[in-house]
Design a protein around this ligand. Structure first.
Ligand SMILES: [Zn+2]
Length: 419
């Protein structure tokens, strides 16, 4: 079967490539920021115009009207459109000498990226639009690329990057036979690490599910998840990493107002970036391990999570009741740490390999209802413990919820209920 996947590889020989990427990407960030700024100024002045019109209509603040008028008269700005943005982009290239030796594949990629960012913001797909810091993470997309000398067993090969040539990379996956390469994304992290992601179409051997059964899953804040079979996947223990992170953060805070010690501070910051990356990678690996086990079932029933909604609900409640903030912050943090959304995402795209079906159900009352007698009461639940007030049924609260979810799934699928 053919699947679309992203393969992340690491460059093997670093030196020349590192310089090539670092130099060009830092300059690209400058171009990107200029393009975003172009849009932001346009937006700002359009808002000024609107304000002026409103003030004149309502006979508003006289001094503000005068101020706005002079501001608008003295400042000439070009209306934002794709064409004007491109003109500005060309002008940037001509007027800045240091951009002359940046390959145009880089610059064109940046233009496309800025355009996409602006459009996403205009169409309200993203909430805010920001300029990048000089050393923030940034990636460049290349389309005209190819892979050669691919050795899947040794997990290495060569990737062709325009204007640079071939670079040896490692980290291919053994069970993924690459058929077609769509694009190559080179990412420069803020600590100088370079990663290459390949977006590919690959051949994969399907591995059919093992159990002809229905599995209910409860995603929650205290554990990563619980299944109706009684398994509980606890939260990943990252205490040592977390303590290292807080240590460095405290050290950095000490030197916040110190002017010198620049190099020392930078070293700490890079260390922090590396640690955070470690945390992310560990979490990702754990999630993949979990999904592997879940996808052994024919049907998986999950809650139709509107995670974002949940989080913003917490925010809303905080507004109404300030004492709620501590609770909200804590649950949001631990909930998002487990990133159930990511887990569902992995499940959704990996299910094609096993043929597993995913049924989403409305999770109302699943944590409050007794699985045995269907009695609903908030007091049934006490932390991890679930004890039914009516029939006395006792179970781990999350497993009880997972079993309820499984039942809801069976109802939704229209099967005859098998206990
Ligand atoms: Zn009961």
């Amino acid at each position: 079967m053919l699947v679309r996947r992203t393969v992340i590889v690491k460059p093997k020989q670093y030196g020349k490539f590192k310089h090539f990427v670092r130099d060009n990407v830092r300059k690209c960030i400058f171009v990107y920021n200029e393009l975003i700024n172009f849009y932001l100024t346009d937006r700002k002045f359009r808002n000024y115009k609107k304000e002026l019109k409103r003030l004149i209509q309502n006979n508003g603040d006289k001094s503000r009207i005068v101020n706005l008028k002079t501001l608008l008269d003295n400042y000439s700005f070009t209306r934002m459109s794709k064409r004007n943005l491109y003109k500005y982009f060309k002008m940037l290239k001509e007027t800045n000498a240091f951009l002359q030796d940046v390959p145009s594949v880089f610059l064109n990629s940046v233009f496309r990226r800025a355009m996409r960012t602006i459009e996403n913001f205009k169409n309200k797909k993203t909430k805010n639009i920001k300029i990048k810091k000089k050393y923030s993470k940034f990636s460049i997309t290349f389309t005209q690329c190819k892979i050669e000398h691919l050795d899947i067993r040794g997990r290495h090969g060569k990737v062709f990057i325009p204007k640079f040539g071939f670079i040896n990379v490692r980290g291919f996956r053994k069970n993924l036979q690459i058929q077609k390469l769509h694009e190559v994304i080179v990412t420069l992290h803020s600590d100088g690490l370079i990663m290459i992601s390949l977006s590919v179409t690959a051949k994969r051997n399907p591995r059919p599910f093992k159990y002809k059964d229905i599995l209910g899953i409860d995603l929650n804040a205290s554990n990563v998840l619980a299944t109706s079979k009684g398994q509980i996947y606890p939260k990943l223990d990252l205490k040592s990493l977390e303590s290292q992170i807080t240590e460095i953060q405290q050290e950095l805070a000490k030197y916040r107002k110190v002017r010198n010690k620049k190099r020392y501070k930078q070293r700490l910051r890079h260390k922090l970036v590396r640690l955070w990356r470690k945390v992310r990678n560990k979490r990702k690996k754990y999630q993949y391990q979990i999904t592997q086990g879940l996808l052994e079932y024919e049907v998986i029933v999950i809650e139709d999570l509107k995670i974002k909604e949940m989080v913003s609900n917490n925010k809303l409640r905080t507004k109404q009741d300030p004492s709620f903030i501590y609770y909200a912050k804590r649950t949001n943090k631990s909930f998002l740490e487990n990133t159930p959304g990511k887990l569902v995402e992995i499940l959704t795209y990996k299910r094609e390999e096993t043929g597993t079906y995913i049924q989403k159900v409305n999770p109302v009352n699943t944590s409050r209802r007794c699985y045995e007698c269907r009695y609903v009461d908030e007091r049934n639940r006490n932390g991890h413990k679930f004890k039914c007030l009516r029939c006395g049924h006792e179970e781990h609260a999350d497993i009880n919820a997972a079993r309820n979810i499984r039942k809801l799934g069976i109802d939704a699928l229209g099967y005859k209920v098998a206990a």
